[in-house]
Design a protein. Structure first.
Length: 155
């Protein structure tokens, strides 16, 4: 039983964005990353797509939504600066082969929390934008996780 947790792809610089940060979109490089992540995941019998409400997270899953004909559902429990206990609820409750998109502060905390609870980390941790964590679950909890590095895109 596998779920996939994607850190959003590259977005425009925070320092150059003067609106609500949750509205900050992907950069052209981020869109390319999102397309490559979608290509990697499209044949894995994905069952659902769940995103933080942040535009950059939602957009990271849009190419995969097009390829799989699934709609992206928004869950505020995946939002940046959120409560890890809330995010943990999401990853415990989602169906197998779900893809979640969240942030660079939330995903490391989630993985570290699961590791403290006995989940084995089978690769070098990778927290970069557009990285994917492949998390194996059992009926009893979380078994193991492997990080896939982000796709290489020329800036």
């Amino acid at each position: 039983m596998t779920i996939y947790i994607v850190r959003h792809a590259k977005a425009g610089k925070r320092s150059e964005w003067h609106d609500d940060d949750n509205l900050r979109p992907l950069s052209p490089t981020g869109w390319k990353q999102a397309e490559l992540v979608a290509e990697r995941l499209k044949d894995l019998s994905i069952t659902s797509l769940i995103s933080s409400p942040a535009t950059r997270c939602f957009q990271t899953l849009e190419p995969l939504a097009k390829l799989t004909k699934l709609s992206v559902q928004v869950d505020k429990r995946l939002l940046e600066h959120g409560d890890i206990a809330d995010m943990l609820e999401v990853v415990q409750d989602v169906e197998d082969s779900a893809v979640l998109s969240s942030h660079g502060d939330m995903i490391p905390e989630l993985i570290k929390t699961l590791e403290r609870r006995g989940m084995e980390i089978k690769s070098k941790p990778d927290w970069r934008k557009a990285s994917v964590w492949v998390v194996e679950r059992t009926n009893r909890g979380f078994k193991s996780a492997t990080a896939w590095p982000p796709p290489q895109v020329e800036d």
